[in-house]
Design a protein around this ligand. Sequence first.
Ligand SMILES: [Zn+2]
Length: 467
Amino acid sequence: MSNNNRRRGGGYQGRNNNRFGGGSSQNSSFGGGGRNSHNSGGYNSRGGGGGGGQEQPDGRLCKFFLLGGVNQCQSSNKPGGCQFARVRRPPPLLFFFVVGGPLARRAGTPAPSQAHALQRVADVHVKGPSSQGGGGANSPLQVRAVCSWKDPQGSVHIFTGSKDGFWRMWDAMTWSLKQEVKMEGEIQALEVEAGHLMCGYEGPTPLIPGVSVGMVRAWNLSNPASPYDFRVSEQLPFAHLQRVYCCKMVVSAAPEVYTGGHEGAIHCWGYDGATNTFPLKCKLEGHVLGVTALCLFNSNGNFLLSGSLDKTLRIWSVDDPAKKDCAAMLTKNNDGHAEALTAVACLNMGDSKYFLTGSMDSHLKVWNASGGCDFTQKCNGAILALCVTSEPANKAVVVVGLVDGTVELRQPDIGFKLRATLSNRFSVGHSGEVRAVCAGDGYFCSVGADAKLMVWQWVAPLPLVSQ
Ligand SMILES: [Zn+2]
């Protein structure tokens, strides 16, 4: 492994075009400053600022619209009701789930306002018919993983994975529980890729009583009756020595699955058509603590990005089927994080490719394809989850899930400015830590320790920021 990734072009990539303001800049160097004085914060005036000097969003979402749609919003002509005079009628509920694709502006509708840009279309208590109780720090119902899948008929399904060992599939039209499957222990990871669901969970060691190990099982969703189990060897009939935090599938003629374990190893599994199994192909070794996040990044070759509790991000060159080298490591010494990494996501802006890392140090960092840190954004708390969605005007919006239950919406093209927060303080967010987020076509999902699955749908573009 080389440590020369700071040198431009000396790492794994050549180009560097920094549109965020250079170096490990703070956001004051790019458009939207971190502090904003001309807003009252939150969703309505009674929300006040709060938070003691924390960054406040530049806009306010209409709480009535957010929770109840246009009818709720218009019926609230009472003190404390909607303060936003012009209400734009949104498309029918779940428009995106049914039709997909970008939202077309209708002729004659008023200009979109940020107040009515987003609606919460689902607030689901994630439990099965026999589950007891609610969420909370030690509740077995707390949700640790979420992903969404559009089936071949075009219907959207949301998968959640919980501490109680169940993964559950939810219908995105009715929000009814379609299926629940019990694993042998706590679920930490769920991913859907190319019609396959992958689940990382803790399970008992077959031969050693009282010791749990990391298991991975995958289902072809069009033939779920015969799942794939991932086993290191006959002697080690499981996927990892410790719990599995993340899975990623590379879809190609020769599919591969990457899994990351709490012991610090990344395992690469290759599909074997002759036996219809995923035997272990190789190990990507280097992390010394748990691997919490995996992300594929394409820029002059294919790379796997891995974030770890050891406070580093590693960039692995994965095009060679037999050999997966670590091309670079990003640490505190080269503008990296001071605490554990919890989330990694890709961000495309025009022709430029970036990736984002989130950490317990409360910072969101933006890295260019050369491995240089282009931007650092301090968020309002430790980060547990990240994903990138696009609002109806096709602007990228970064969804950041925080340890206090807040979801922050930040807009990269204006310096990761905080556009809105979804917070339990205003009765529109999670009451426990946000453990995972994912994005689909016109919507995004968040799950948390409060045993809730929330789904948020874009119904109008965010307005331009006047500065
Ligand atoms: Zn309203």
